[in-house]
Design a protein around this ligand. Structure first.
Ligand code: IMP
Ligand code: MG
Length: 184
């Protein structure tokens, strides 16, 4: 099936958004240690750019991975953690979870609950893109990049069926895909 990629967010707008988020994080962590936890795979480019913008020591960078189950774009309401950071890297630390998109909220919510149970000193969420129209569970985002309408986006780390992650901008697919798979 051929799909049309329509540009939505330019590299320039992404870069200025990442800079703004870095300034917000710097402001809040001046006097506190900072550990970032990226959700794979979708946040890998966002995280790589964000850490190079943050003008503060970063004590550690960890990763976790989750898979959403269920058919097509209708969420099953569950996410399974398939890779998690060592618990001792979270306990007692000031954690900022880094995510590409909040859609239904299930992935982020699952990740936040998991990390909270590892007893961090504090836990916040930084997300590049929010799609509030599709929310199923409430999520409080402390550092939010951009809010978009109900579109399926790709690029800047974000995939459809593992494709398009390398695009330097964020596009939307003109046709809604039938299956977003288990990829994160
Ligand atoms: P949620 O659990 O429904 O909030 O979905 C979060 C995950 O679904 C994200 O981390 C993405 O991997 C994926 N996702 C949600 N919306 C999109 C999209 O528009 N394009 C690509 N992946 C998406
Ligand atoms: Mg994905």
């Amino acid at each position: 099936m051929s799909r049309n990629l329509i540009p939505l967010i330019s590299p320039t707008e992404i870069a200025s958004t990442v800079r703004r988020l870095a300034r917000e994080i710097e402001r809040d962590y001046q006097d506190r240690s900072l550990v970032l936890v990226g959700i794979l795979k979708g946040s890998f480019i966002f995280l790589a750019d964000l850490v190079r913008e943050i003008q503060l020591p970063i004590n550690n960078i960890e990763f976790m991975r989750l898979s959403s189950y269920g058919a097509s774009l209708v969420s099953s309401g569950q996410a399974q953690i398939t890779m998690s950071p060592p618990p001792k890297t979270i306990a007692g630390q000031n954690i900022v979870l880094i995510e590409d998109i909040i859609d239904t909220g299930i992935t982020t919510n699952t990740a936040l609950h998991y990390l909270q149970n590892l007893h961090p000193a504090s836990l916040r969420l930084c997300c590049l893109v929010d799609k509030p129209a599709r929310r199923q569970v409430p999520v409080k985002c402390d550092y939010l990049g951009l809010t978009i309408e109900e579109l399926f986006i790709v690029g800047y780390g974000i995939d459809f069926d593992q494709q398009y992650r390398q695009l330097p901008n964020i596009c939307y697919l003109e046709e809604q895909p039938q299956d977003k798979s288990n990829s994160q």
